[in-house]
Write a protein that binds this ligand. Structure first.
Ligand SMILES: Cc1cc2nc3c(=O)[nH]c(=O)nc-3n(C[C@H](O)[C@H](O)[C@H](O)COP(=O)(O)OP(=O)(O)OC[C@H]3O[C@@H](n4cnc5c(N)ncnc54)[C@H](O)[C@@H]3O)c2cc1C
Length: 533
């Protein structure tokens, strides 16, 4: 079971490799571990539920605490300090669509606010309110509306309960030799319903498609009725209502089931790596590969600081030292950028695709370093998230943010976001470590994924530091024409910046649609539209 106040399972205590700790200490100064509240303390301080006992709803304080937040940095600060801004009044675990309708009817009649809960991995404030809501809050946890309910192998369509987690979904497809190929870093804990309503991107979405390409149809239970989305292969029958559900973040109802497009599990995969002389050459190489129309599943290019940090965090500092010597001999420069490419399919397709990449990278001064870095990266790709626990325990706060922008604006945006973060706490005399990578590359542009770390203080001060950094970075993203989110969604944290890209009329249209399906405004208020009551 996941720790009530962290990412890893109870009883696990991941630690930082010594080289990574040295690198972070050199950048930020010694860590400042902060005291953790105990679960018993938080249970003791939990206010009584405002809901009446019912067979469908658990009022148990621990249950309510475990569903009170997602996984954003403000959530972590709240959980570790035990100062939760709000604790829901109850947790329902429906097992059928009828249960969901019954819960929505009850909530509509009583004005109770409803928050769908998938895996609780939102990093943008999609779960958990800013302050105690005046209305009781009911979490609708989807863990029992889970599993494969229908498989049409001939059409490559699989229907799952919305609460199915990544591993369960892939395990259900595996006996038939199928895969969805959707691997967000949160894969082990997030759910198919969460992926759809947050427009999630997986690490190999270049090949398998983002969730909006994989989501063929489904069913949404809303206070105003039921929305059925048939899984047509394609349709010219007016606007596509699936696109409304994708990114709806619980505002349009509860997605109870999702039909997705599945494919044969690839027989062969390869993740070769190259070192580029610097970040500028790495970006040009990534663009050239992204525009070459090759059947690749992944293109990732890291800044030199991310390259060094990722290798140190993965305990690869010895490989890094050896590599630096080798790269020096090959005149690649003192601060190389790592480029990882993935290809999936038959052996011939994979080999041919990788062969085409070689000249594009060499043109930018890239040197191939074989498959071992890529193989280790793929083997540990979900473990990197565990380092959040290790870093916090060592006295460092870590957060990530991301955007997507066209190639023309990308270099300036990348520099400006990192600068805004690095200098965001200057007036407090605190340093910030920030580094980036291109995680998803498209012909017209790329996502930019930024990791930043700083030292925490007391909970209010830590939250204030995060607010300064998040606001500075978000302003830069918007000013440079980037989207406020390429993959994490909007939640509460990005809601103030949404109008900058949707416009006044666009925001009004979204609010009108939410009002039509949810006349009482009970579904996830505050999320996406920034309309916290
Ligand atoms: C360590 C880590 C790594 C991550 N890596 C990635 C990544 O690689 N790519 C990526 O895209 N994201 C990533 N995320 C973000 C997050 O995992 C995604 O946004 C994910 O899609 C959320 O799924 P979930 O099931 O956990 O949803 P939750 O966090 O439970 O919910 C997210 C939002 O959707 C609503 N919701 C959830 N389920 C439903 C439903 N069935 N019907 C209606 N509304 C619903 C909730 O109310 C909430 O507002 C990462 C997060 C963490 C903590």
């Amino acid at each position: 079971m996941r720790k009530w106040n962290g990412w890893v399972d109870e009883g696990r205590h991941p630690t930082l490799p010594p080289a990574a700790l040295r690198l972070i200490e050199a950048e930020l100064g010694p860590g400042r571990p902060t005291p953790d509240a105990t679960l018993a303390d938080v249970i003791a301080a939990t206010p009584a539920s405002r809901l009446k006992p019912s067979p469908l709803i658990s009022l148990d304080p621990e249950d309510r605490i475990r569903h009170a937040t997602g996984q954003s940095l403000p959530d972590w600060i709240a959980l570790r300090s035990g100062r939760l801004p709000s604790i829901p009044d109850g947790v329902a675990r429906p097992t059928t669509n009828d249960d969901v309708r019954e819960l929505l009817a009850f909530a509509s009649a009583t004005g109770v606010h409803v928050v769908p809960y998938g895996g609780g991995t939102s990093v943008v404030g999609g779960i958990g309110g800013k302050q105690t809501s005046r209305q009781p809050v009911l979490m609708v946890a989807l863990e029992r509306l889970a599993g494969l309910t229908e498989l049409d192998e001939r059409s490559g369509l699989a229907t799952f309960g919305a609460g199915t987690t990544g591993p369960d979904l892939e395990a259900a497809l595996s006996p038939n030799g199928l895969t969805l190929g959707h691997f967000p870093q949160s894969f082990e804990r997030s759910t198919i319903g969460g992926w759809v309503v947050t427009r999630s991107a997986g690490q190999q979405s270049l090949g398998f498609g983002r969730i909006e390409a994989l989501f063929a149809g489904g069913r949404v239970e809303a206070p105003g009725g039921t929305l059925e989305l048939p899984p047509h292969p394609a349709s010219a029958a007016g606007p596509d209502l699936r696109q409304l559900v994708l990114g709806s973040e619980g505002r349009l109802g509860v997605l109870t089931e999702a039909t997705v497009r599945v494919v044969a599990r690839p027989k062969h995969e390869a993740f070769p790596a190259w070192f580029l002389p610097d970040w500028a050459h790495a970006m040009v190489a990534a663009r050239a590969i992204g525009q070459a129309g090759l059947p690749l599943s992944m293109i990732r290019a890291m800044t030199p600081l991310e390259t060094a940090s990722v290798l140190a965090l993965a305990g690869e500092s010895r490989s890094m030292r050896l590599l630096k010597g080798y790269l020096g001999l090959r005149k690649v420069g003192p601060a190389p950028s790592l480029l990882l490419v993935g290809a999936s399919g038959t052996e011939r397709v994979v080999e041919a695709a990788i062969r085409e990449v070689g000249p594009l990278v060499r043109r930018e001064g890239g040197i191939a370093v074989g498959g071992s870095i890529g193989r280790r990266w793929i083997a540990n790709r979900f473990r990197a998230a565990d380092l959040r626990d290790a870093l916090w325990d060592a006295g460092y706060a870590i957060d990530t943010l991301e955007t997507g922008v066209d190639w023309t604006r990308l270099p300036d945006l990348a520099t400006a976001v990192e600068d805004a973060l690095r200098h965001g706490l200057d007036e407090l005399g605190e340093r910030v470590l920030a580094f980036s990578h291109l995680s998803h590359v498209y012909p017209s542009g790329s996502s930019l994924y930024v990791t930043y770390m700083f030292r925490p203080a007391d909970p209010d001060e830590t939250l204030d530091r995060w607010r300064r950094l998040k606001a500075a970075a978000s302003r830069v993203i918007v000013e440079h024409g980037g989207t406020i989110s390429h993959q994490h969604g909007v939640g509460r944290d990005h809601a103030p910046y949404l109008a900058a890209e949707k416009g006044e009329l666009g925001m009004a249209v979204l609010a009108d649609i939410a009002r039509r399906v949810d006349p009482g405004g009970i579904m996830n208020p505050g999320v996406l539209l920034g309309d916290e009551p």
